[in-house]
Ligand binder design. Structure first.
Ligand SMILES: [Zn+2]
Length: 88
């Protein structure tokens, strides 16, 4: 499996670090939108959030609004296009 997430994060970190105002401190960069998956080894896959909202009828009338989030994990690396291995 490719190593794009790590490579892209490190390269972005270096570029951004070079542009920080002098004296800046406690600098961190984190590429988000990845799911950590535990299979035969740990892998990182592109992840999109699916946000769901709906109204459920109450017994006494009216509605209650429900919100829910789900993760949609991609099958291909968004940087190099390599197909991710099937989950073990
Ligand atoms: Zn890749």
């Amino acid at each position: 499996m490719c190593n794009c997430a790590k490579t892209v994060e490190e390269s972005a970190k270096e570029k951004i670090r070079a542009q920080l105002p002098e004296g800046s401190q406690d600098f961190s960069v984190e590429l988000q939108g990845y799911a950590w998956l535990l299979g035969s080894s740990v892998s990182m896959k592109n992840k999109l959030n699916l946000h769901i909202e709906y109204e459920v009828p109450k017994k006494k009338g009216g509605f209650t609004r429900k919100k829910q989030d789900m993760s949609m994990v991609g099958n291909y690396c968004m940087f190099c296009g390599e197909k991710y291995p099937e989950a073990a």
